[in-house]
Design a protein around this ligand. Sequence first.
Ligand SMILES: C[S@@+](CC[C@H](N)C(=O)[O-])C[C@H]1O[C@@H](n2cnc3c(N)ncnc32)[C@H](O)[C@@H]1O
Length: 284
Amino acid sequence: MTTLDHMMAHLRNYFMHGNIEDPMAEARILVGGIMGLTRTDFITKAEDHIPLEHEIAIHDAAGRRVRGEPVYRILGKRGFYGLELKISDETLDPRPDTEVLVDLVLDLLEGRRNESLDILDLGIGTGAVCLVLLSELPNARGTGTDLAQGALDTAAGNAALNGLASRFGTVRSNWFADLSGRYDVIVSNPPYIRSDVIPTLDREVREHDPMLALDGGTDGLDAYRAIAKGAARFLKPAGLIAVETGFDQKDSVRNIFEQAGFDAVAAAKDYAGNDRAQAFKIKN
Ligand SMILES: C[S@@+](CC[C@H](N)C(=O)[O-])C[C@H]1O[C@@H](n2cnc3c(N)ncnc32)[C@H](O)[C@@H]1O
């Protein structure tokens, strides 16, 4: 039997030699996720012995991590904007940067937070964006679409896990192809990486995030063209559409939406200071 403190020292060493970028942080996420520990527990329970089944699970998980599997994939779940979300083979592991898109939409809806808004999330993945919006907007209803059935199933499961199932539904659709109705808010974090950049991505991304969630076509902008082309028919007249973009895509994405009949209304940067999200409305 080993204590929590000893296990953490061992993992830090093991991860350091395994070339993990931030060994202590990842050790804490892994052990915390497996044992259900808070940050404070790592101090107050440092001398506690780790139950054998947890010790075995931690050793197994640490081996997978050093062999290149991302920490949240190993845990099969992650926290996102206060929600716990399960991750599956057909979903992107949601990134903290995507919280910038959520914040942009919430800022633009200030004053309308109690309205019964209809929200459409194109490319739902785990449900990250739409489910956080539903948790922050108590009377809103959300529809999540995706091409990947596994993503739709995971998002529906995450809605149930977070008590949001009664206000959330899914539709399998190639962007707008199989949708109907009109929405107050459309959001999307579509695949936006240029096809030729994919082979240069970190192994952890390339080998573990689904290609459908990453590949944005030759110039990375295929999804924005499809979404901008279809959006006006699915938005209510004063509706809002907001998208996440790659750090160097702000101008190209704005041009695509302007040419499709939209005005840019707001934009936001991520925590590293890169352009990350933009919102548009139909031109008057
Ligand atoms: C970058 S991921 C974003 C997932 C999630 N919204 C998030 O922010 O974590 C893009 C999502 O779009 C989906 N997708 C890709 N092409 C699509 C298409 N033609 N129609 C609908 N969804 C698509 C992918 O399966 C993936 O779930």
